[in-house]
Design a protein around this ligand. Structure first.
Ligand SMILES: NC(=O)c1ccc[n+]([C@@H]2O[C@H](COP(=O)([O-])OP(=O)(O)OC[C@H]3O[C@@H](n4cnc5c(N)ncnc54)[C@H](O)[C@@H]3O)[C@@H](O)[C@H]2O)c1
Length: 334
């Protein structure tokens, strides 16, 4: 796994929290895989030096250091701060309820950029405060709403803006495992593709995974009153993250989180003369597996030449604000 850069211009990285998204999801994957994790993406990119990590669990920290060739390990982010090491990038991959503290401490290290996992914090007010602090200190903040770096999603965004599917009639996002956890991914994706949305109605919540983060159905309205719905699965059954878009010229469905896409086009019916219907369609591989590599490439160019980030504190805050309003609307059921 280890391919730490020996280039002295490499960007020095501190990873905070050494669990699944930090590196674990990439363990045991086949050779040549496209990375899904922070450590996997930095290593594969080659222009980063995984200098240090923070992890309170001794076993996990040692394993992470060995697998990813990390030279320094700390039990807490304070230890990393006190070490006096200079980091260009701090990747925050700790549990969500640690993010606010870790972001504050990371800012004191004055890195060139912070890459934080989603959701940014546990409350929109806290997120707003920290996003403003990053802006004030001029430290760019990237947030891992990964699909903002998925080339397939960006092509779809351009196609929709160019009217290549006709008019959007409705969108249904299927998700489970919590409105803030996975629901915020869906709302962020809908913000990107559809635009700002108003909540019309919130349905009955179910606690399918995390305490304090229910999964619940929502009816929203996008620009020009377009219907948007969030529909639920149960996390105990299987993971679901799919988005179906109904256009005037056909339907497009993102399946398995973007690993696959299914396209069906409107055609003349062979059965009912004079009617239009949808064809059987095609299912093809998507480009989600390349998204983490695109993210670190964006981070590299944001630092080296000031490129804009595709997923920012501001866009993450917008998704979190809708999540919070949805939870407030759900109080009627409690
Ligand atoms: N973008 C995505 O698609 C995606 C996917 C998975 C997880 N996540 C997010 O990543 C974050 C971590 O999730 P995960 O699944 O990797 O969790 P995890 O439990 O696998 O890993 C978290 C790690 O952080 C460590 N930790 C605990 N307290 C810490 C502290 N104070 N400082 C540093 N490390 C600490 C834990 O020991 C653990 O090793 C969460 O915010 C989650 O929402 C995002």
């Amino acid at each position: 796994m280890s391919a730490a850069s020996t280039d002295s211009t490499a960007l020095r990285v501190l990873v905070v929290g050494c669990g699944n998204i930090a590196g674990g999801f990439d363990l045991g994957r086949p050779p040549g895989y496209l990375p899904y994790t922070h450590a996997g993406a930095y290593t594969r990119d080659g222009r980063f030096d995984l200098l240090a990590c923070v992890e309170p669990d001794d076993k996990r920290r040692s394993k992470f250091m060995a697998v990813w060739d990390v030279s320094a390990g700390f039990r807490s982010i304070e230890e990393a701060l006190d070490s006096g090491n200079q980091f260009d990038v701090v990747s925050i991959c700790s549990p969500t309820d640690c993010h606010a503290h870790d972001l504050e401490t990371a800012l004191r290290m004055k890195p060139k950029l912070i890459f934080c996992e989603k959701p940014l914090t546990t409350s929109a007010a806290e997120t707003q405060r920290l996003v403003a602090e990053c802006a004030q200190l001029k430290i760019p903040l990237a947030v891992n709403y990964t699909r903002r770096w998925d080339a397939e999603v960006l092509k779809l965004q351009a196609d929709m803006q160019g009217g290549r599917w006709g008019t959007l009639r409705s969108a249904v996002g299927y998700y489970n495992k919590g409105i803030a956890n996975n629901g915020s991914h869906m709302l962020d994706l809908l913000h990107l593709l559809v635009g700002p949305m108003e909540i019309v109605k919130v349905g009955n919540p179910s606690d399918d995974f995390f305490a304090n983060d229910p999964t619940l159905p929502v009816w929203l309205e996008g620009p020009q009153g377009v219907l948007v719905q969030l529909a639920c699965g149960h996390a105990g059954d299987y993971a679901i993250f799919e988005l179906q878009l109904v256009f005037s010229q056909g339907t497009l469905t993102m399946e398995e989180g973007g690993l696959f896409w299914r396209e069906r086009r409107a055609v003349d019916s062979e059965t009912f003369k004079g009617y239009r219907t949808l064809d059987a369609g095609v299912r093809r591989a998507g480009q989600y597996p390349g998204a983490m590599l695109n993210a670190v490439d964006n981070i590299y160019h944001a630092i080296k030449q000031g490129d804009p980030l595709a997923s920012t504190g501001e866009s993450a805050l917008a998704a979190q604000c809708v999540c919070e309003q949805i939870k407030q609307n759900a109080r009627q059921y409690l």
